[in-house]
Write a protein that binds this ligand. Structure first.
Ligand SMILES: Cc1cc2nc3c(=O)[nH]c(=O)nc-3n(C[C@H](O)[C@H](O)[C@H](O)COP(=O)(O)O)c2cc1C
Ligand code: SF4
Length: 545
């Protein structure tokens, strides 16, 4: 057995791979061999490390120095200077914007992990996702063992309930409560579904969790199965997530080989296995009942609720649907206790949240922070602020169906209740930052284009409402809107919120409603033929009256 004096972790998450991480890794391995270090230094492909915009990224351990924006030709310097002589290659080191002036010693001092608290991403970027041994060495499958051998199903449900964990798929519904509806039902078959559809534009956290730590989801699904009495799991995953699918398949196969999936797990008589099903790219199929319809081979259209899936879901059987990030919290809660989890985040929303930061923000990528952190801390702290000397205009939290929050909300705590009070949502965790060079009408027009395209068309308020809203914002952007445009928009939004059948139509107007609260003057100026940001191509000649 070899003992390595250094490990180089190469981020093999999709964003880094798209930026050439494969070629960087090949060059690194070649240079290590050329230097005769192959018995001393081990190169490991790992999951997402977080600073996606700065890829390809590697981390050299034991020092924990992260290098970013790497090119294959730079690998010889890293090998010759760092790995052979122990000297950090300063100009290639990743540094959070605020730390740029300081000399670098370790990952923590690079500012990268500042304010972050990693529960969900505990293994991402730290272990090889294809190695069940590394997962087990880091405490993997211990929670499943603990649940099966020392806890009753009722105790597992009670622990999750006591932890206060709320669903991370969007609605924030308490997970333990959801499980407690399904657990007591007597049924010949129950299902656990992991919702990995992730159709929200700008959201890619579930993809990177699955790429970086697939076993944590398998373990969590088995624990959920034990808690509610289900022996079958299904991961419904977005079809384009090729790497996540491959790693998940390999992980499930290894878990089966070691008896951690299948029959009589840990010799307790508990059976659980899972299958992976791919979605075809419809945003609405992430809605749990549309997802179930799709799994049943039907068109992915939402069902009327009740009955809820927990009572009558897949094939009419009790079905728990949970998001990837929700599930990733389960093993640590079982291992470390509900009280431990409650000690992180806020009283009403314990734990952490994984955000994908994008738009006009310096450090784009994936972060995990305690619930209750303010927008200001995320944007100007972890996010490194707004680039190019521009000012902050708004942040959209929760994805396309979230609200548009102006600078007055920068000190708002990020949790389900605070954001809902402000007219926005925590949603899927997409955080879109928009600087003052953008026009609110142009932004809303692009949101509405998305919803018009993704509405399944089943109910009139959403089918017609999204199309009309897109038309009205296109008219405003072109300077062709009538004097009553804003009033019409307000009425349409209200109708959609009150009478659409599912969450898509009900929440599609959220961005518009908040924009009308905080940016109405700018919108009204478009009615008068003016775009204050100078973005819209307004043609005064063709305005409607
Ligand atoms: C239009 C629409 C799309 C959704 N997309 C997703 C998705 O991609 N992933 C997800 O986990 N939940 C999605 N949801 C929420 C699910 O319906 C459901 O609430 C969630 O999967 C439950 O898991 P949780 O309790 O762990 O959050 C979506 C909801 C709506 C209305
Ligand atoms: S609200 Fe929209 S997406 Fe949902 S059922 Fe109605 S038409 Fe379909």
């Amino acid at each position: 057995m070899s003992y390595f004096r250094a490990h180089v972790l190469v981020c093999a998450g999709t964003p880094c791979m798209l930026k050439g991480a494969g070629a960087v890794k090949d060059a690194l391995c070649r240079e290590i061999e050329r230097a005769g270090l192959q018995e001393e230094v081990r190169v490991v492909e790992t999951g997402c490390l977080g600073p996606c915009d700065d890829g390809p990224v590697i981390v050299v351990y034991p020092e924990g120095v992260m290098y970013s924006k790497l090119k294959p030709e730079e690998m010889s310097r890293i090998v010759q200077q760092h790995l052979l002589k122990g000297r950090v290659v300063e100009d290639l080191v990743y540094r959070a914007e605020k730390e740029k002036a300081k000399p670098v010693v370790s990952l923590e001092e690079q500012g990268y992990l500042d304010r972050q608290y990693r529960i969900v991403l505990r293994n991402c970027g730290r272990i090889d996702p294809d190695s069940i041994e590394e997962y087990i060495a880091n405490g993997g499958y211990e929670a499943l063992g603990k649940a099966l051998t020392t806890m009753t199903p009722e105790q597992v449900v009670a622990t999750v309930k006591d932890s206060g964990l709320r669903g991370r798929g969007g609605a924030g519904f308490p997970t333990g409560l959801k499980w407690s509806f399904t657990a007591p039902i007597a049924a010949d078959q129950k299902y656990i579904i992991c919702n990995a559809d992730e159709g929200e534009p700008g959201t890619f956290k579930d993809r990177l969790i699955l790429e970086g730590d697939p076993h944590s989801i398998i373990e969590a699904m088995a624990i959920a199965g034990y808690a509610v009495g289900a022996d079958q799991g299904i991961v419904y995953i977005r079809g384009e997530y090729h790497l996540s699918i491959e790693r998940l398949q390999r992980a499930a196969a290894r878990a089966r080989e070691l008896g951690l999936l299948g029959k009589d797990i840990f010799g307790t008589g508990f059976n659980f296995d899972l299958q992976i099903r791919t979605g075809a790219g419809a945003y609405v199929c992430g809605e749990e009942t549309a997802l179930i319809e799709s799994l049943e081979g039907k068109r992915g259209e939402p069902r009327l609720k009740p009955p809820y899936p927990g009572v009558a879901g897949l094939w009419g059987k009790p079905t728990v649907v949970n998001n990837v990030e929700t599930l990733a919290n389960i093993p640590p809660i079982i291992l470390k206790s509900a009280e431990w989890f409650r000690g992180i985040g806020t009283e009403k929303t314990p734990g952490t949240k994984v955000f994908t930061m994008l738009g006009d923000i310096t450090n784009q990528g994936l972060i995990e922070v305690p619930m209750g952190i303010t927008l200001r801390e995320v944007i100007y702290g972890v996010g490194g602020g707004i680039p190019n000397g521009r000012g902050f205009k708004l942040a959209q939290t929760g994805g396309t169906s979230g609200g548009c929050l102006p600078k007055e909300f920068l000190d708002l705590p990020m949790d389900y209740d605070s954001l809902a009070e402000a007219g926005s949502a925590l949603g899927s965790g997409a955080l879109l930052v928009i600087d003052d060079s953008h026009c609110i009408v142009d932004v809303l027009r692009s949101f509405m284009k998305f919803f018009q395209h993704e509405s399944c068309g089943q109910c009139t308020p959403c089918r017609e409402g999204t199309a009309r809203l897109y038309q009205l914002f296109s008219d405003l952007a072109a300077g062709k809107a009538g004097q009553d445009a804003v009033q019409l928009i307000k009425e349409l939004c209200q109708t959609m919120q009150l009478s659409s059948l599912c969450g898509l139509g009900q929440s599609a107007p959220n961005g518009v409603v908040t924009a009308l609260q905080y940016f109405e003057e700018e919108i009204q100026k478009h009615v008068a033929g003016e775009c204050p940001a100078g973005v819209c191509r307004i043609s005064m000649g063709s305005r409607a009256v």
